[in-house]
Design a protein around this ligand. Sequence first.
Ligand SMILES: [Zn+2]
Length: 104
Amino acid sequence: MEEGAMSWGDYELPSVSSTFLRKARKDHVCCECRRTIEILATYEVHNACMDGSWSVFKTCGECLELRAKFQESGDGSYPIGDLVLACEEVDLIERGSYPPKASP
Ligand SMILES: [Zn+2]
């Protein structure tokens, strides 16, 4: 059992990439829902080399759960940053219901 290994289903990863889980030591912004990943929250870091430059994508725990559901539901692939849209398209979540609004 690989520690921290995440399944990306049939999603084709770029040839140079790494994915791991990390605990936030400062605030980050989730690349899927655009919400703040708060300090001490566990989130996923995905480094990818695309077109010769490195990009870093951070995904919050809730979006990781949503992604797991999406991958279970069938298709399993979506462009990074479009998870919410992809889930809405297959009616996994109600349009506009995700991310839940943070209480003020
Ligand atoms: Zn998120």
